[in-house]
Design a protein around this ligand. Structure first.
Ligand code: SF4
Length: 371
């Protein structure tokens, strides 16, 4: 069962049936259609309309049920998913990764330290193991295997790839499309010890794509987990929210008051492209990153998230004029058309138009030095 649309709801309302009370406004909406559209987005209580039929109530109630329950394990949320494909809306909670530590096995202390201290940084995010599960004892900030077994989740022990994959797909489909309560628990795939890392990586990757809410491994391999976390970050990025970095002044190669000053927006991909180039320059520099809701420079400009006034405000907030002696700011070449506008607003600095592509920054800086 898919989400009810406004039009589907409207069919049950007095206006569609040309019945008494059509567009009576008693619900606070100007028309029955307006009420239907609000109800479809769950922005109004169904009880606001006293003329709703019982059949609509029943369909709406059934439709409003959460397809999959959310389970909180020591602050890590899993489940709560309500779609099959990310482009439909967004996935909600990332596939959690858990590692088993068996306190009866030799070398558990080393393994525990390795798992506890494992961390990778990717697109400004610090990623760690979500859950450590102990067997035959307890350790701080971990859950015991007994408590893990009591979680309201469905566990699939991975023994046969196609069987696990089919079960994961069936469970998600039943939950999302049919809202079948028998399939509403988040699903965890449990991997027993395995020597074949390639196979393990392939299977676990598939299960992240479709549709494991948690993966638990008896073994810990940092290369495997790094690959899985990288994949997971991509799969679970909200397509409606571009990846963004913090708006601030970034420093490269220990800049001083005379160092070069570049500017861009806080769209993560643009930032990292520019930052990589600035890091590899033989000269130090600053990079001013303006707040633009994670939009790239041209998109930000067209959405009025990169205006001369906003840039001036950002520079003031960072107190740039008092921090540096250099009086030139290099803006992205794509914003060349804004040069005069920016210059008018920003009196303390000369606006210099930089390169369209980040890879050309090195040559641009060399040419600047020759002038
Ligand atoms: Fe239509 Fe019901 Fe609202 Fe009246 S109260 S306008 S009948 S939705």
């Amino acid at each position: 069962m898919t989400e009810l649309s406004g039009l589907q709801i409207f069919k049950y309302l007095p206006a569609a049936k040309k019945a008494e009370h059509t567009n009576c406004k008693e619900c606070g909406c100007p028309t029955c259609m307006a009420f239907a559209l609000k109800l479809a987005k769950h922005n109004i209580d169904i009880e606001k309309c006293k003329y709703i039929t019982d059949d609509l109530k029943e369909i709406y109630e059934q439709n409003s049920k959460e397809p999959q329950k959310t389970v909180d394990i020591n602050g890590i949320k899993i489940g709560g998913e309500n779609i099959l494909y990310r482009h439909e809306k967004t996935f909600v909670n990332r596939t959690a990764i858990g590692i088993i530590i068996d306190l009866n096995k030799p070398g558990w202390k080393e393994k525990f330290e390795q798992v506890k201290n494992f961390e990778i940084t990717r697109v400004n995010e610090h990623l760690k193991i979500d859950l450590i599960i102990t067997k035959n004892g307890t350790l701080p900030e971990c859950i015991t295997y007994e408590d893990y077994k009591k979680l309201p989740i469905k566990e699939i022990v991975d023994e046969n790839f196609s069987k696990t994959a089919d079960e994961l797909i069936e469970t998600r489909k039943k939950a999302v499309l049919e809202k079948d309560e028998n399939y509403s628990s988040p699903v965890c795939v449990y991997f027993k010890h395995t020597e074949d890392l390639n196979l393990l990586c392939a299977r676990a990757s598939y299960y992240i794509c479709k549709y494991a809410n948690m993966l638990v491994f008896e073994d810990f391999n940092p290369y495997l987990v790094t690959s899985l976390m990288t994949l997971r970050q991509n799969i679970f990025t909200d397509p409606q929210k571009p990846l963004q970095v913090e708006s601030k002044i970034y420093e490269f190669n220990n800049p001083d008051k005379n160092s070069l000053i570049f500017m861009t927006t806080n769209f993560a991909l643009t930032f990292f492209a520019v930052a990589n180039e600035l890091e590899s320059l033989p000269v130090p520099s600053y990079l001013i990153v303006t707040p633009a809701e994670g939009m790239s420079v041209l998109t930000a400009w067209s959405a009025e998230k990169f205006t001369a006034q906003m840039v001036a405000k950002t520079l003031k907030k960072f107190d740039l004029a008092n921090k540096v002696k250099n009086r030139k700011i290099i803006i992205p070449g794509l914003l060349a058309h804004m040069k005069d506008e920016l210059q008018e607003e920003i009196k303390d600095f000369e606006i210099v138009v930089g390169t369209v592509e980040a890879f050309a920054i090195g040559d641009f800086v060399k040419n600047m030095a020759k002038k």
